[in-house]
Design a protein around this ligand. Structure first.
Ligand code: PMP
Length: 348
């Protein structure tokens, strides 16, 4: 049986969150003399002088409808990087607890753990970038508070088999299973958000930085049980999502069709780029992708990466990363950008 109170750091359970005077008054109209703001206005045009809603109620209401979850199951952060950091801070006691990651994977799980002096256990993915569930469950111990599963995975791009994730959710009950779905909009698989009511040990991360095209706004989501979201809200900075971002997000949520159109365009380009790359003799392998990136094995990735930089084509050199020897990760660009890449590769 999973019990959240066994997973949260004991002192965090006893903390009282920062409370604003506006917690006592939810009206929009009134004489607000509680937050030491400038009552006259802002030094630039626009009304930025009042603090934003710390609970982001309006955007969560709208987002909940789109995602099929309740507002109480949503945490919004300054990028999903904020959620990654907070999930670790909520659960892991430094120098006692550990997290388990499945390399090659997104770098911030380890970075955030390292900053907090938290041990990082590693169980590499299989050569086809799937999860060795037996090894994962054997490696997790009583101090393992989080197993991180990135699906579709970065940098390999592939979705992780659903049954593998379900097996871990069913068998790891002493900590959280975080499924990072930053690239889910590009995949055909269903999101794990549908299983939130079945698995209290499940946390799903998503982001507005990829398909939605809002990377500059820094907007990430965590979906989990009401109880765990309460904990995240308790330890976040009160105004972690600024007012401008909340307003822009509200507008963006009405433009899901445009996001879907972008996804279609990117998937079409991924297919074309895949075909064109496969015709080049320097390309040794292109890994299957369910995201907006292609992991490509070349004859000499290091030298090629630097040649591309000289050509002002910037890719991600992954050749020193486990299971990615001689690989470069390529984000799917516009048709023109992809043609520029292909032209540079032909020049090499
Ligand atoms: N998770 C994965 C798998 C990512 O690749 C990234 C960004 N590259 C993030 C999370 C962080 O995204 P955000 O911009 O929301 O912080």
């Amino acid at each position: 049986m999973f019990s959240l109170s066994n997973v949260i750091r004991p002192h965090i359970l006893t903390l009282t969150p920062y409370a604003s005077a506006r917690d006592e008054y939810s009206g929009k109209e009134g004489t607000f003399l509680d937050a030491n703001e400038n009552p006259y206005g802002s030094v630039i045009s626009g009304n930025y002088n009042r603090y934003p809603d710390p609970y982001q109620a309006a955007v969560k209401e709208k987002l909940g409808e789109i995602k099929g979850v309740r507002p109480a199951q949503i945490f919004l952060g300054n990028g999903s990087d904020e959620a990654i950091d907070l999930v670790i801070r909520a659960t892991c006691e430094p120098q006692k607890d550990n997290i388990l990651i499945l390399p090659p994977t997104y770098g911030m799980y380890k970075v955030c753990a390292d900053v907090q002096n938290i041990e990082v256990k590693q169980v590499p993915l299989t050569p086809d970038f799937q999860v060795d569930t037996k090894k994962v469950l054997e490696t997790a111990d009583k101090h393992t508070k989080i197993i991180w599963i990135c699906s579709p995975n970065n940098p390999s791009g592939n979705i992780i088999e659903r049954n593998a994730i379900l097996h871990i959710l069913d068998n790891f009950k002493t900590g959280l299973v975080v499924v990072d779905e930053a690239y889910i909009d590009f995949a055909t698989e269903d999101s794990f958000t549908k299983l939130l009511d079945t698995y209290p040990n499940l946390v799903v991360l998503q982001t507005f930085s990829k398909a939605w095209g809002l990377a500059a706004l820094r907007l990430g989501m965590a979906f989990a049980s009401d109880e765990f979201i309460k904990i995240l809200n308790k330890i976040k900075y009160p105004y972690n999502l600024n007012g401008v971002t909340q307003k822009l997000l509200y507008a963006a949520l009405g433009k899901e069709n445009k996001k879907d159109k972008y996804v279609k365009q990117i998937l079409k380009e991924r297919k074309r780029l895949h075909k064109k790359l496969s015709e080049l003799s320097i390309v040794k392998h292109i890994y299957p992708s369910d995201s907006n990136q292609l992991l490509v094995k070349f004859t000499d990735a290091n030298a090629l990466f630097h040649f591309l930089i000289e050509q002002k084509v910037i890719t991600r050199n992954r050749s020193n990363v486990i299971l990615c020897e001689d690989c470069i990760r390529i984000s799917i660009g516009t048709q023109k950008e992809n043609d520029t890449l292909l032209k540079a590769l032909k020049k090499y």
